[in-house]
Design a protein around this ligand. Structure first.
Ligand code: HEC
Ligand code: HEC
Ligand code: HEC
Ligand code: HEC
Length: 236
């Protein structure tokens, strides 16, 4: 599928900034001592983050999947800046806002209609590293003729008419700075269920992050199943 690579690409572009911000925040933190020194350091961090000329999407997780029309233009030059202090703090603490999807896609309705997870929408999961998110054309395979009178389906058709893709937001994923390399296919081959890592999506409407896929989760199961646990299995 043509858009298979898109989520990872956008993840990459919105995370190039992370290490510098963390570094800077930690360095700020070491100025412990007198309260005013810490305050001054914070002020410097704050100034650095708000005066930079180019702001950019700063969510830790690369929320917008692709070509989102509501997204700011990509920055022309590299900048480690956050849009504002609150964003910088959230990013440092690793707080991720929940995804807000442009279409209220009901997973449950489709799965009840016998559409499999990897049939059209996440076909990449069965064959390679990236599961993929469906393009508007994939939806229109069916919705060119099915349920065309429903409001949410009309929104889908309108995307195609405008020649625009649906800007799905990422639900899972890691900041680039964690240098995590994940690969779906070996898990599917080994019979690990989608639900083990993504929860009961079959009974949900939009996907929500139900599982915290931390390193502990990965390594724990790898140990239990005799899958490789050396660092380079999962990191680059
Ligand atoms: C393989 C066929 C198929 C594909 C592909 C498909 N759908 Fe559906 N969709 C259905 C069927 C069948 C229904 C149930 C229709 C009904 O209730 O009569 C449905 C229902 C819906 C509904 C609920 C409509 C309502 O309000 O009751 C939405 C929204 C929707 N689809 C969006 C999408 C989007 C977005 C995509 C692409 C990511 C997509 N669908 C891809 C077959 C499909
Ligand atoms: C062993 C755990 C695991 C299993 C099993 C698994 N996934 Fe994933 N999935 C992940 C991780 C981790 C990510 C984020 C990967 C990344 O960004 O590189 C992800 C990302 C995704 C995404 C992109 C969603 C988003 O918002 O980022 C989709 C779609 C997806 N998986 C679908 C599936 C499907 C369908 C299956 C079953 C065929 C499946 N996954 C099985 C761990 C898993
Ligand atoms: C529920 C169990 C389970 C979980 C959770 C899990 N894995 Fe796996 N993983 C496996 C199994 C089983 C294999 C297949 C090993 C094989 O093919 O011999 C595998 C294989 C892999 C491989 C391919 C290894 C290779 O070189 O053959 C990578 C990469 C990987 N996992 C990364 C991850 C990451 C990153 C996570 C956490 C997001 C994760 N896994 C979570 C069970 C799991
Ligand atoms: C089976 C997969 C797997 C293996 C093996 C693994 N890691 Fe990880 N590691 C992860 C995942 C996934 C994350 C991201 C977790 C998160 O962000 O919550 C991570 C995060 C990290 C981080 C934090 C990175 C950051 O910036 O957030 C460090 C450091 C790290 N791993 C080091 C190691 C080292 C050292 C080894 C070898 C001893 C190792 N890892 C082996 C999956 C793995």
């Amino acid at each position: 599928m043509a858009d298979k690579q898109a989520p990872r690409d956008s993840l990459t572009s919105s995370h190039g900034t992370q290490p510098d911000d963390d570094d800077r925040a930690r360095r700020g933190g070491r100025h412990g001592g007198a309260g005013w020194v810490a305050a001054a350091a914070l002020a410097v961090v704050w100034l650095a983050s708000v005066t930079s000329s180019v702001s950019q999407s700063s969510s830790r997780t690369g929320q917008s999947s692709q070509r989102g029309s509501d997204q700011a233009a990509p920055p022309a030059v590299f900048t480690p800046a956050h849009r504002n202090v609150a964003d910088a703090v959230r990013d440092f603490l690793g707080v991720r806002p929940a995804a807000v999807q442009p279409i209220a896609f009901p997973h449950n309705v489709h799965i009840a209609n016998r559409l499999g997870c990897t049939d059209y929408c996440h076909a990449g999961a069965a064959v390679g590293p990236v599961a993929g998110l469906p393009s508007v054309r994939t939806c229109m395979i069916c919705h060119g003729s099915i349920a065309t009178d429903r409001p949410e389906v009309k929104k889908v058709a309108a995307y195609l008419d405008r020649g625009e893709d649906i800007s799905w937001q990422r639900v899972y994923g890691y900041p680039r700075s964690a240098h995590v390399r994940f690969n779906h296919a070996p898990h599917v081959r080994a019979g690990v269920e989608c639900a083990t890592c993504h929860g009961d999506v079959a009974h949900r409407t939009v996907a929500t992050r139900s599982t915290d896929l931390t390193m502990g989760t990965c390594v724990g199961c790898h140990r239990a199943k005799n899958a490789p646990v050396d660092c380079l299995t999962c990191h680059f």
